[in-house]
Design a protein around this ligand. Structure first.
Ligand code: FMN
Length: 177
C-alpha cells in the first residue's frame, strides 16, 4: 500500500519532516511510505491556471496522490494556521478532487499547534477526504534537531510511530483478495 507523506514545513531541520522520515524508516510491508519532496516547486494557486495541462509540479503531485492508497500529513503551525505553502498545495486539488474520499492521517511533531491541526482537519473535511481520526497521533519532539534514524530507534518515539502505523494500517480499507 503506497502512502504519500506530506510535511507542511520547508525547513531543512524540520521536526515534521523528520517525523515522516522516521515513519518511512519504520514502516513495514505492506505499507510503503514516499515522502513528498516538491512542496517548494508548487506555483501560487490561480484558478486561471487550473486547466489542462496543469503546471508540471502540480501534475506530479496529483499523480502521486492518485497512486497512493492514503496520505499522511505532519505540519507546523504558523500564526495560528497551516503554513501558506501547504494550503497552496491543497488548493491545487480542490477542483481536481484527488483527495476526495482519500484516507488521510495526521501526525503531529508538537503538542502545541492546535489551531493548525483544526484548520488542516477543516480544509481536508471540506475536500471530502476520509480523515482517519483513530490513527491521529502526537509525538512531542522537544530536541532542536533529531536525525530520522535516531528517532526511528529511540525508546520513546519508535513505539509511538509503530502504533501510529499500525492504526493507519487497520483504518485503511482492506483489499478483498
Ligand atoms: C513564522 C512562524 C510562526 C509560528 N507560529 C506559531 C503559532 O502560531 N503557534 C505555535 O504553536 N507555533 C508557532 N510557530 C512555531 C512552529 O510551529 C514550530 O517551531 C514547529 O515545530 C516548526 O516545525 P518544523 O520544525 O517542522 O519546521 C511558528 C513558527 C514560525 C517560523
Amino acid at each position: 500500500m503506497k502512502i504519500l507523506a506530506i510535511s507542511g514545513s520547508l525547513r531543512n531541520a524540520s521536526k515534521n519532516t523528520t517525523l515522516l522520515r522516521a515513519a518511512k524508516l519504520i514502516a513495514e510491508t505492506p505499507l510503503e511510505i514516499t515522502i513528498y519532496e516538491e512542496l517548494d516547486q508548487i506555483p501560487p494557486f490561480n484558478p486561471d491556471l487550473d486547466v489542462e495541462p496543469a503546471p508540471a509540479a502540480v501534475a506530479r503531485f496529483r499523480a502521486a496522490l492518485n497512486e497512493s492508497s492514503a496520505v499522511i500529513f505532519s505540519t507546523p503551525e504558523y500564526a495560528h494556521g497551516i503554513p501558506g505553502s501547504l494550503k497552496n498545495l491543497l488548493d491545487w486539488v480542490v477542483g481536481s478532487g484527488e483527495l476526495s474520499e482519500k484516507p488521510v492521517a495526521l501526525i503531529h511533531a508538537s503538542a502545541r499547534g492546535e489551531y493548525a491541526q483544526a484548520s488542516l482537519r477543516e480544509v481536508l473535511k471540506t475536500m471530502n477526504a476520509n480523515l482517519l481520526t483513530d490513527a491521529e497521533t502526537t509525538l512531542s519532539l522537544t530536541t532542536p534537531f533529531l536525525d530520522p534514524a535516531e528517532l526511528a530507534s529511540c525508546s520513546s518515539g519508535a513505539p509511538l510511530l509503530r502504533a501510529f502505523l499500525s492504526k493507519l494500517k487497520k483504518s485503511l480499507p482492506q483489499p478483498h483478495c
